[in-house]
Unconditional design. Structure first.
Length: 263
């Protein structure tokens, strides 16, 4: 129900942007003025860069870095397209795509049927699952134990949806944060008793914050697959992205990146 309401609100927001900017043609999306008459296709990616090691801001340069950033740059290189990547808050990603501010999302976004109604996804590029983070010594040993506890999530993520779907879970016990690190900080602080979020990001956080006093609990969460999202119907860009993705998987670049960030 919640999910549905979110979708509905998103659709309304998109509709509004659409009408206000009068951008039926979407000409500006992904096109930069090239030499003379020809318009050059550019990959303009958005990522919620509070998600190490997938996407984060380099504290000095402010540039978006991480697995996703490297991957989209490699994809661009493989198909001869320039890549621009910038931070956009998680809840702002779909509106930014709709307005043409960006023309694709690479933000560890899980391919879901609901999202497929509003965007088109590339071939899957990463497999992940949810994981539960708790404070050391917690009596939470699995999903069922979350009922009756305060659970932190990044709002409108698949972790949020997984907690919502738990039988007996009360909405008031789900604490929604704008970013995953916000949820994890509040777990250390004691505001919530557990956090449910993407495993690679939670594990990375714990590794780099040994003093946070957190450990993980696994359960049989479904496998999730990340995809790169484009505006519905943007086949030109989607084809290029899929072509580039296939190339970097084949030529070893993908494996190198995987090693760089996860081994
Ligand atoms: N994979 C989850 C989802 O699609 C969470 C992704 C959050 N990404 C981020 N950069 N904050 O809902």
């Amino acid at each position: 129900m919640k999910k549905f309401r979110f979708l509905l609100v998103s659709l309304l927001v998109f509709g509004l942007i659409f009408v206000l900017t009068g951008c039926g043609g979407g000409e500006e999306a992904g096109k930069a003025q090239g030499e003379g008459e020809t318009e050059k296709l550019v990959i303009k990616a958005g990522a919620d860069a509070a998600y190490a090691p997938m996407e984060y801001k380099n504290p000095e340069s402010g540039e978006v870095e991480g697995f996703d950033a490297d991957l989209i740059r490699a994809i661009g290189e493989a198909v001869g397209l320039e890549v621009d990547i910038k931070h956009v808050d998680w809840d702002g990603l779909f509106p930014a795509l709709e307005s043409g501010d960006i023309n694709c999302i690479i933000s560890s976004m899980t391919i879901t049927d609901e999202r497929k109604k509003i965007v088109d996804f590339s071939d899957p590029y990463f497999e992940a699952t949810q994981i539960i983070a708790v404070r050391k010594g917690s009596d939470i040993k699995g999903l069922e134990d979350l009922v009756g506890k305060k659970v932190g999530v990044q709002q409108n993520t698949t972790g949020h949806y997984a907690v919502e779907e738990l039988e007996g879970m009360k909405d008031e016990d789900i604490k929604k944060f704008p970013t995953t690190p916000d949820a994890l900080i509040n777990l250390t602080n004691g505001l919530v008793d557990a956090v449910v979020a993407d495993a690679p990001v939670v594990l990375n956080y714990i590794k780099h914050n040994p003093d946070a006093g957190l450990v993980t609990v696994t359960d049989d969460f479904e496998k999730e697959y990340y995809g790169i999202a484009v505006k519905k119907g943007n086949k030109e860009l989607l084809d290029k992205i899929n072509e580039g993705l296939a190339k970097v998987k084949k030529n070893g670049t993908y494996d190198e990146l995987y090693k760089k960030y996860f081994e």
